[in-house]
Design a protein around this ligand. Structure first.
Ligand code: ATP
Ligand code: MG
Length: 579
């Protein structure tokens, strides 16, 4: 490919909204083009890299025996009503109507569609197991699209669905996908970590997210250096404080605590540690039609953070059906008092108590009265929870739930997720098979997603410097860029064309910079777009000498044309399937 012919427009100025390196660089290199918020097009080089990621995904999926199909992005509402998700999915679901007013959505994911196919086509245990996948465009009307391809409203996803007879079968399908994902992200050149992830209402340790580690990632991960524990902070279990079994309960007492609305203020005022206080968080919940349907008060120890994912799992509601409450309104209904709410005097409200509070004695909590707290508050005697479960977040330095060592935190980009669904969809949508004993059974399912375009952004996030992108060879739009210093010069043209031919014969993808620009401009662009191998054809071309440089290294070497070609072919062959 000749750069002079390529549809390429690099940018000198970066649009203001681009905050992180991958977004800035993908825009500056002209690889992606924004249409509207959260919606991007791909230009020639950007699309080439997307296709390389797709090829890696395809090869590794096929290797496991999964079969590729391709479904429409448009999905009828009826299937979503069967699974119950038409009302539960919330405003992220991009709903559309056809000319007759019939409801459809643009698929954010395809569980319903794949379950529908399998329930129609599979009836016997003899047809199982099966894994079907596609690489396809997904739509999610994200509340806050940002970071370019990272959180967009239209994106390319690989989604796979496994269908098994039983949970042992699912365990194997899941492990096969887990192993395939490990190979895929390794081949993409990502530094990543599989971590245990939240799996909503389904429960169990049945999901992993593959997190590309970078400081700009939107996911927070807790991990332990002493053992293997690694989980998203949404999911990570916490160690409860030891119950104070031999401490005597003291008489409940109301104290005047003027103006102490925060935990810090009341702890300071009373001269007690935050660990002796109870923190209240107040919420309102909504039904499927977005009508308010009740209040929730959640209580954790004063130094803890309430974990929203654990809380909504405990309540069994989707994320978009809960919000912080308007304290004035909630006061009328439940008797809470903003800044002074405790668990003892509330009414008409669901009380969720963190699992460690029942074991803690003589705590300080709000009295549900302006400027007053209660001390010596004890679970059982003074208050009870409608739900008592772990609703706190594992913080950096807290003991590891597996081995007790202090945990660390890191940030990551979720590039993929594997998930054991079990029979949730097969039961709701009646996807059954007949087993060896002629008995009807629900098919046991798993689902497995990879954000292909998000992976592209994650790769750039991990592979760049101040001058531009540094593509790993496996996903680079081209392997080699030949910088011809004086296009039109007979000798240089010949050396360039010969090298191009030899390299392409060996399967190496070559971009020739034959633009009549100053060398400085050409080198700057080459660094920006980040082609892994640069071969410069200049003054020494008549002697058969060229300059050889890797984008990831500083060193430049003068080599004979033959050696430069041989080195480039050897390197590409070594790394084209990943490092
Ligand atoms: P997130 O928590 O980031 O919103 P998710 O858990 O909802 O993602 P999944 O339903 O697991 O996403 O989708 C599978 C994969 O699709 C994710 O692992 C991620 O790589 C990708 N993905 C999800 N949402 C987006 C998005 N808005 N833009 C780009 N990629 C996305
Ligand atoms: Mg996910």
């Amino acid at each position: 490919m000749r750069l002079s012919k390529m549809h390429l427009k690099t940018l000198r100025e970066v649009p203001n909204e681009a905050e992180i390196p991958s977004h800035i660089l993908l825009l500056r290199t002209g690889m992606i083009r924004k249409l509207v918020s959260g919606i991007y097009g791909f230009m020639p080089m950007g699309w080439k890299s997307v296709r390389k990621i797709e090829d890696i995904v395809r090869e590794e999926m096929d290797r496991t025996g999964a079969q590729e199909i391709h479904m429409s992005a448009v999905q009828p509402a009826e299937l979503w009503e069967e699974s119950g998700r038409w009302s539960h999915y919330g405003p992220e679901l991009w709903r559309i109507k056809d000319r007759n007013g019939r409801d459809f959505c643009l698929g954010p994911t395809h569980e319903e569609i794949f379950t529908d196919i399998v329930r129609n086509d599979i009836s016997s245990y003899k047809q199982l197991p099966e894994n079907l996948y596609q690489i396809q465009t997904k739509y999610r009307d994200e509340a806050r699209p940002r970071f370019g391809l990272m959180r967009s409203r239209e994106f390319v996803m690989k989604d796979a669905y496994s269908f098994d007879k039983d949970t042992e079968g699912l365990d194997k399908s899941y492990q096969d996908m887990y192993d395939a994902y490990t190979r895929i992200f390794t081949r993409c050149g990502l530094y990543f970590r599989p971590v245990e992830a939240d799996n909503g209402a389904i429960g169990g340790s049945n999901s992993h997210e593959f997190q590309a580690l970078t400081s700009v990632g939107e996911s927070e991960i807790a991990y332990c250096e002493k053992c293997d524990m690694a989980a998203t902070t949404e999911r990570a279990g916490c160690v409860d404080a030891a119950p104070e079994t031999d401490v005597e309960m003291l008489p409940l007492e109301k104290v005047h605590t003027p103006g102490t609305k925060t935990i810090e203020e009341v702890a300071d005022f009373l001269g007690i540690p935050k660990e002796k206080t109870i923190k209240a968080l107040l919420f309102v919940t909504y039904d499927d039609d977005y009508k308010e349907n009740g209040y929730v008060a959640a209580f954790v120890r004063g130094d803890r953070d309430c974990n929203m994912t654990k809380l909504i799992n405990a309540l069994g509601i989707p994320e978009h059906q809960i919000e912080f409450a308007d304290e004035e309104k909630m006061h009328q209904a439940t008797g809470c008092v903003g800044g002074f709410t405790g668990p003892t005097a509330l009414h008409d409200c669901r009380i969720v108590v963190d699992s460690e509070l029942p074991g803690l004695k003589n705590m300080c909590a709000g009295a549900c009265e302006e400027d007053h707290h209660l001390i010596n508050v004890n679970y059982g005697r003074d208050y009870k929870g409608d739900i008592v479960t772990d609703i706190k977040t594992l913080k950096e330095g807290d003991p590891c739930p597996c081995c007790g060592a202090p945990v660390k935190h890191a940030r990551g980009i979720e590039v993929g997720q594997v998930f054991k669904l079990g029979t949730k969809y097969s039961e709701a949508m009646h996807a059954m098979y007949v087993d060896e004993n002629q008995k009807e059974q629900p098919i046991v399912m798993g689902c497995y997603g990879i954000g292909v375009t998000r992976t592209l952004a994650a790769i750039v996030e991990q592979h760049h410097d101040d001058d531009g992108i540094i593509w790993p060879i496996s996903v680079a739009p081209y392997h080699v860029i030949i910088e011809e210093m004086k296009p039109g010069d007979e000798e240089q043209d010949k050396v360039t064309a010969d090298m191009e031919e030899q390299l392409e014969k060996a399967g190496v993808e070559v971009l020739v910079d034959d633009r009549k620009e100053r060398p400085g401009v050409k080198f700057k662009d080459a660094d920006l777009i980040g082609i892994p191998i640069r071969i410069t054809v200049g003054k020494k071309a008549p002697d058969g000498i060229v300059e050889y440089k890797l984008r990831r290294e500083e060193e430049k070497r003068e080599l004979s044309v033959e050696d430069a070609v041989a080195e480039a072919i050897a390197l590409v062959n070594k790394e084209r399937f990943g490092m």
